[in-house]
Design a protein around this ligand. Sequence first.
Ligand SMILES: Nc1ncnc2c1ncn2[C@@H]1O[C@H](COP(=O)(O)OP(=O)(O)O)[C@@H](O)[C@H]1O
Ligand SMILES: Cc1ncc(COP(=O)(O)OP(=O)(O)O)c(N)n1
Length: 264
Amino acid sequence: MRKFPIALTVAGTDPTGGAGVLADSKAFHSRGVYGMAAVTSLTAQNTRGVQDVYNIPAEFLERQLHSIFSDEVPHAMKSGMIATVEMMEVIMETVEKYDIPYVIDPVMIATSGDALIEERSIEFLRDSLLPVAMNVTPNIHEAEKITGQEIRGEADVRKAAKIFLKELGLQSVIIKGGHLDGDAVDYLFTGDDEVAVGESRIDTKHTHGTGCTFSAVITAELAKGKTMEESFRTAKKYITSAIKNSPGIGKGNGPVNHFSFKGE
Ligand SMILES: Nc1ncnc2c1ncn2[C@@H]1O[C@H](COP(=O)(O)OP(=O)(O)O)[C@@H](O)[C@H]1O
Ligand SMILES: Cc1ncc(COP(=O)(O)OP(=O)(O)O)c(N)n1
C-alpha cells in the first residue's frame, strides 16, 4: 500500500458539511488518505434543502486543477456535482491528460428534490465524460436518466448495467439500490462479472450525503491501490455504519457519521 495515498474530489460545497467536498474530505481522512478538493459550485443548502447555487466559472475550475496537478498528481479522483458542460469539459481534459483512476458520482438532484445540474449537462455527461471514467456510481434515478431504462428491480438493474458497459464505454459501474424497495442492495458490474452486496434497510431520514460519501470511500481505497471490488465492499460497510450511527444534525435529512466505521 502507498505510504501517503492522495485522493482528489471535484465537487460542490454544502456549508452544513453533509454532502459535497466536505463530506468527501471527511471520508478521505477517515480512510487514512490525504484529501484535496477543487470546487465546482458553492451552494447555500442545509439538511432541509438547497436554497441557492453559485456555479464557479469553468476557467476558475481549470485554474484550481492546474494548481493541483502541476504540483502533485493525486492517485485517484472523483467528481460529484458538476453543473455545467463547460466544467465537465475541463474535468474531461484533466483526466485524459493525467490518466488517473476517476470515479464519477453523477449527482443530479439532492435528497430534498432540488436540481443540482443543468439539464443539458446530462447529455454531455453520458456521451463524453462517462467514457473517460473508471467507474460511475449512479443511484436508481440517475441510472434511469442516463440509460433511459426504467428500473424497478434487479432485472432492470442488469439491463441498465449492460447499457453503461456496452453502449457508454465504461469499464465498471456500481448501481446503488438505496432507492429501491426492500434491502439496500448495491451492484458492481465489471465486464461479465457481477457482485451484489446487500444490507438491511435502516429506517432513518438521515441519508443526506450518502452518495457523496460512498463514492469518496471508493476513491480513497483506489488511491491506496485497492481493486474496484475491494473498494466497493469497503464503501458499502462504511456507509452502512455511517447511516446507522447518524449524529442527527439539523432539522431535516441529516448527515452521516464519519467516525463510526472502524474496519480495515
Ligand atoms: N436506508 C438505508 N439503509 C441502508 N443503506 C442505505 C439506505 N439508504 C441508502 N443506503 C445506501 O447508501 C448508499 C447511497 O445510496 P443511494 O441512497 O441509492 O444514493 P444517493 O445518495 O446517491 O441517492 C448505497 O450504498 C445505498 O445502498
Ligand atoms: C454540493 C452537493 N453535492 C452533492 C449533493 C447530493 O449528494 P448525495 O450524496 O447524492 O446525497 P443526497 O442526495 O443523499 O443528499 C448535494 N446535496 N450537494
